[in-house]
Design a protein around this ligand. Structure first.
Ligand SMILES: [Zn+2]
Length: 211
């Protein structure tokens, strides 16, 4: 790690070239700090800025919802240069999202991909409501609803809260889809990357990792 400016917060706690499991542990530790309201001073110091200006080596890709209440850097308590973040409503995939994830893995060698849904997700709720009413969302929101609908269908008849079940299923199914991507599947087989799904709870601040 490069020296930081005097008095600046510590730079990243990330080791060089972390393994997928080390990266996952860093996220779990960061989220535990956040949930306990014990976040570290975020790595946005002048020293850290200078450190990452010449290059980046984020340790995790986070595919998450656009919801304003789930900013990955805060939820996982990490700062500049640490997380490669791709967001869309309901973490719906399209070519731009998948290409971005591939770029992070292929060019930046990010060892971990986390697909993070969250409680009370508006996009998933809209898909559940559309499935119930047969209604159609306007504009390209319809694309989001269409892409989330298979997760809603998958949890039908399971009992419990459909929205909560569909939120978890949507995270799992997006993670599965990414795992089956040709480039990512090869990296998984080579032990270079892991894909994990998770759900963030808006109330507790805790991320429940599915594996
Ligand atoms: Zn959401």
């Amino acid at each position: 790690m490069s020296p930081t400016a005097a008095g600046a917060p510590p730079t990243s706690d990330v080791p060089d070239s972390p393994t997928p499991d080390q990266a996952l542990a860093l996220l779990k530790e960061g989220n535990a700090r956040f949930a306990a309201a014990q976040s570290q001073p975020i790595n946005e110091s002048v020293g850290r800025r200078a450190e990452v200006a010449t290059g980046q080596s984020p340790f995790a890709t986070i595919v998450s919802c656009v919801d304003s209440r789930v900013p990955p850097e805060l939820v996982f308590d990490h700062g500049l240069g640490d997380l490669f973040v791709v967001r869309s409503a309901g973490q719906v995939l399209d070519k731009a999202i998948v290409g971005s994830v591939e770029y992070g893995m292929d060019h930046l060698h990010v060892p971990l991909i986390v697909v993070a849904g969250h409680s009370a997700c508006g996009a998933v709720t809209a898909a559940v409501e559309a499935a119930g009413s047969g209604g159609h969302a306007p504009g390209d929101i319809a694309y989001l609803v269409e892409e989330i609908t298979p997760a809603v269908e998958a949890v039908k008849g399971q009992g419990g809260d459909t929205v909560s079940l569909a939120i978890a299923e949507q995270a799992r199914s997006v993670a599965r889809e990414l795992s089956e991507n040709t480039i990512i599947a090869k990296a998984i087989a080579d032990g270079k990357v892991k894909v994990v799904s998770a759900v963030y709870d808006l109330n507790s601040g805790k991320v429940d990792f599915h594996s």
